[in-house]
Design a protein around this ligand. Structure first.
Ligand SMILES: CC(=O)N[C@H]1[C@@H](OP(=O)(O)OP(=O)(O)OC[C@H]2O[C@@H](n3ccc(=O)[nH]c3=O)[C@H](O)[C@@H]2O)O[C@H](CO)[C@@H](O)[C@@H]1O
Ligand SMILES: C=C(OP(=O)(O)O)C(=O)O
Length: 429
């Protein structure tokens, strides 16, 4: 199995192009199931999760075509991909495909709305908590679906179509909000969703659905109103820049020192974390073509964070922030409120010499002057990249195992960091 070898101690200087967001691309691709017309998505990242979702969509009968590079795209690697669900041949999303990735469960919304039936395996994904699907079931039932769980599958039917309703989520869920938007777009009448997720990826999906002919208002706020339409058409839509990748590389620069332009990045989609990084001594400024991240040789200051739904500090940056704090001056308290088991990186960071204690959902990180390279592995995507960040600043060699986690969410990670001076390479076998 491949691993990533890092020799720490090199500053990062140069330019890192920011890819399209995994967490925006996935729901947009799933939205292609809502129409028999072609949905063209620009800036689709080349990631294992995207490839896996293509396999799942193909199984339902979706055709996809990757366009060649265009002049306007310069040296970028972003892809433009056509998705066409002309004829949905199978309403089942099987265990073998869905168990690898949480977001694949979301096909339940469009399949049910368009076909009146969906049979979708309970999902897999990052091992960061129990991650139930009760909210998906509740909101689909509110829209009139009948739902049974049998043999590990959720079987949803709506013989005479879905009907608009007023539903309040008892807890904010990004995925369940995506599914509600897709399902309600083809329901009869008006749906009002309260306590919806406000994440930029939700706004991106709503804008795409509106371009397809949906009538959605309020995305990006806690209350979203959807007036159902009878059919949706094709559209062309761009995947937003990955705010989690952006924050990750900003923290990498904070860790090593240096000066890097994060090309294509912007701050508003992760402003809370930008402000926290500012407190720690990392300078982030907007430029015409991206965000410039700078830290001179001075040490980092410790800061406290609590993860929260958007616009709060994102849980998907929590592990990376912990990596950063391992070398800060002082003590940092990091509280995880979204997922109950998202601290798998703690014991791995400790292998590098980090001083971290856990008390319930709060980690206390006491910065140390030196980290030392070691072999490490993690059980999820963001935990893995937190080890890369720590490895970039550790003395000597760090080996990050189970690279497939990184490949789910970070496009060309070694290439991007290597181009800025990091000593980092993929080792096969
Ligand atoms: C592909 C994708 O976009 N993944 C993101 C998405 O995951 P995902 O959409 O799975 O995360 P949710 O927002 O749904 O989860 C938030 C919380 O709600 C709980 N919950 C969720 C659904 C449900 O039916 N019942 C329930 O209790 C979850 O266990 C969790 O504790 O948002 C998370 C929170 O920002 C991010 O960490 C993930 O990177
Ligand atoms: C948790 C994540 O992904 P998923 O929801 O697909 O497991 C993530 O992107 O950090």
């Amino acid at each position: 199995m491949d691993s990533i070898r890092i020799v720490g101690g090199h500053e990062l200087n140069g330019t890192i192009p920011i890819s399209g967001a995994k967490n925006a691309a996935l729901p947009l691709m799933i939205a292609s199931l809502l129409t028999d017309d072609t949905l063209t998505l620009e800036n689709v990242p080349h990631l294992a999760d995207v490839e896996q979702l293509i396999r799942i969509l193909s199984n339902h009968g979706v055709d996809y075509a990757v366009k060649g590079r265009r002049r306007a795209e310069g040296q970028g690697y972003a892809r433009t991909v056509d998705f066409t669900a002309r004829d949905i041949v199978d309403i089942t999303a099987p265990y073998e495909l869905v168990s690898k990735m949480r977001a694949s469960f979301w096909v339940i919304g469009p399949l049910l709305a368009r076909m009146g039936e969906a049979r979708v395996s309970l999902p897999g994904g990052c091992a960061i908590g129990t991650r139930p699907v009760d909210l998906f079931i509740e909101v689909l039932e509110a829209l009139g679906a009948q739902i049974e769980i049998e043999n590990g599958y959720v079987h949803a039917t709506a013989g005479s179509g879905l009907t608009g309703a007023h539903y309040r989520f008892p807890k904010v869920s990004v995925g369940a909000t995506h599914v509600a938007l897709m399902a309600a777009s083809l329901a009869n009448g008006q749906t009002v969703i309260d306590n919806a997720a406000c994440e930029p990826e939700v706004v991106c999906l709503a804008e795409c659905l509106n371009a397809m002919g949906a009538k959605i208002e309020g995305a990006g706020t806690r209350t979203i109103t959807i007036d159902g339409v009878t059919s949706l058409s094709g559209a062309r839509h761009r995947v937003i820049a990955d705010r989690i990748e952006t924050g990750t590389y900003a923290m990498a620069v904070g860790m090593t020192g240096g000066n890097v332009l994060l090309k294509g990045a912007e701050a508003s989609s992760w402003q809370t974390a930008v402000d926290v990084l500012g407190e720690t001594g990392i300078d982030i400024t907007a430029e015409e073509d991206g965000l410039r991240v700078y830290r001179n040789g001075n040490g980092l200051k410790a800061a406290d964070v609590t993860t929260e739904p958007f616009p709060g500090f994102p849980t998907d940056l929590q592990a990376q922030f912990m990596g950063l704090m391992t070398k800060a001056n002082g003590v940092s308290h990091i509280t995880e409120t979204i997922f109950e088991n998202r601290f798998m990186h703690v014991q791995e960071l400790a292998r590098l010499g980090a001083d971290i204690t856990l008390n319930g959902q709060t980690a206390t990180v006491t910065g140390v002057p030196v980290l030392k390279g070691a072999p490490v592995m993690a059980t999820d995507l963001r935990a893995s990249v937190s080890l890369v960040i720590a490895g970039l600043a550790a003395e000597g060699e760090t080996r990050v195992n189970r690279v497939y986690h990184l490949d789910r969410g970070f496009e060309r990670l070694e290439e991007k960091l290597g181009a800025c001076g990091a000593e980092i390479a993929r080792v096969s076998g």
